[in-house]
Design a binder for this molecule. Structure first.
Ligand code: GUN
Ligand code: ZN
Length: 453
């Protein structure tokens, strides 16, 4: 049996089911002390799921006696259940070109990205990649993502169709791009807006699907296209906006030439009404504090993509400056510029990027950013990113003994922070024993944990 999703079985299990394991979720951003109330960590917990939602969460000994005799209890003791990870920036069409090296962003786009994205004019190819991509997210424990499609409306259609069939909570959108790209990937201000609006009406709010307007980045959109995108963003105020900003120095210089008269690259998006809650900007490396404060004021969210930034040599995200200015921050893979689908590996690299600038990014904070923090920043708090009662039952089972080294290291961990740190530094898809979305198990790791035997 394939360990991943079986097509055609999308029903939410109505009957209650309970899960016994260590449980971890957050009420707020963790502070400096473990006792600040932000973190809920139950060493022997029980999670009760019903109708695709979390019905109850608490200590096993307290909750178990009130559980109906007919409610099955899945025994995940020895494992850690956390909310499913939220990846705030990823390109599904770049799945087949992950790990394609280039001397920097702009040559990488020309040499690999645009030719690969051309293939999505074929809806069968798009559907096949969407299936593989979602399988891969499930294997890595990511249950929600903000996903770029290609310029082809059919690429978004294929993605939403597959995501809806699995009942995943995903946000996605067709890329808008009307200049500075190959002719075969070009829309126009009018056609891009029309296709985006049609997709919004078809998919935004259908089941768990959400739309994200996706002007690729300022260099590939005319002023006319950014203007109509801003109008759509105003008219459909609860759709997401996703784009790239200040990733690479050559790109920043180019934007200065294309949009003279703006204070900064970010200011171009601001001018067209594209900074607001539910807008998410990938990278945010070459910003200044005025930009960062503007993101704070508007509620625009930075998607920090550490594996991509190192892989493409783009630069180092400044966590200290983000914290000092209140710039909202989340974690993201940016596959295929990013080199891993795993949010655990993304945490590993985020920690190191922060370390290089003298900032200590704790594992507890990174788990918060990848769950409750992202949900709050995306205005999805209480819905996803948490194990609190009432939330949608998107959760994953992490295995602290997934590899011999993880088993050895976590056996010696003396605090939650040490346990999470080991998972973040040493874990990847192997550490994800199972993934659940809306209460349904979509992935279970095939192999049994490798122990020292
Ligand atoms: N900037 C514009 N498009 C892209 C893309 O596809 N990936 C990355 N990393 N940066 C971009
Ligand atoms: Zn990207």
């Amino acid at each position: 049996m394939s360990p991943t999703h079986q097509a055609g079985d999308t029903a939410i299990p109505e009957k209650p089911c309970a899960y016994r394991a260590q449980l971890l979720y957050f009420r707020a951003r963790p502070g400096d002390t473990p006792e600040d109330g932000s973190t809920v960590w139950l060493s022997d917990g029980l999670l009760v799921v019903e109708g695709g939602r979390i019905a109850q969460v608490g200590d096993y000994r307290q909750l178990a006696p009130s559980l109906g005799a007919d409610v099955p209890v899945v025994d995940w003791r020895g494992k850690l259940i956390v909310p499913g990870f939220i990846d705030t920036h990823i390109h599904y069409p770049q799945t087949d070109m992950i790990a394609s090296p280039a001397p920097g962003l702009l040559p990488w786009l020309e040499k690999y990205t645009f030719p690969t994205e051309r293939r999505f004019e074929n809806p069968d190819y798009a559907a096949e990649v969407a299936r593989f991509f979602l399988d891969e997210l499930q294997r890595c424990g990511t249950t929600t993502a903000l996903v770029y499609c290609t310029v082809h409306a059919g690429s978004a259609e294929a993605f939403f169709t597959e995501s809806h069939a699995r009942n995943l909570r995903m946000a996605a959108g067709k890329v808008m791009m009307d200049r500075n790209c190959p002719e075969f990937l070009r829309d126009t201000a009018e056609s891009g807006a029309r296709d985006s609006e049609t997709l919004i009406q078809r998919w935004h709010g259908k089941g768990r699907q959400m739309y994200a307007l996706a002007p690729r980045f300022a260099p590939t959109s005319s002023e006319a296209q950014l203007a109509v995108c801003g109008e759509l963003a105003q008219r459909y105020s609860d759709v997401f906006i996703q784009s790239h900003v200040a990733e690479n120095q050559a790109e920043v210089k180019w934007v200065g030439e294309l949009f003279p008269g703006h204070r900064s690259y970010l200011d171009v998006y601001d001018h067209f009404g594209l900074l607001r809650r539910r807008s998410v900007y990938g990278h945010c490396i070459w910003l200044d504090d005025v930009d960062r404060r503007r993101m704070h004021e508007t509620g625009a969210l930075a998607a920090h993509c550490p594996t991509s930034n190192q892989f493409l040599g783009s630069g180092l995200f400044d966590f200290a400056a983000a914290q000092a200015t209140g710039q909202p921050v989340s974690l993201a893979t940016d596959v295929g510029g990013g080199s891993s689908f795993s949010m655990l590996q993304t945490m590993n690299e985020a920690h190191k990027v922060a370390r290089l600038s003298g900032y200590h990014l704790s594992a507890t904070t990174m788990f918060y950013l990848a769950t409750e923090g992202a949900a709050q920043s995306l205005d999805l708090g209480g819905q996803i990113g948490t194990l609190a009662a009432g939330a949608e039952a998107d959760f994953i089972v992490l295995d602290p003994q997934a590899t011999p080294l993880l088993a050895r290291r976590t056996a010696a961990s003396e605090s939650l922070e040490e346990l999470l740190f080991a998972l973040a530094m040493l874990g990847d898809d192997r550490a994800v024993a199972a993934s659940y979305a809306a209460g349904r198990k979509l992935h279970q790791r095939e192999d049994r944990p490798a122990r020292n035997s």
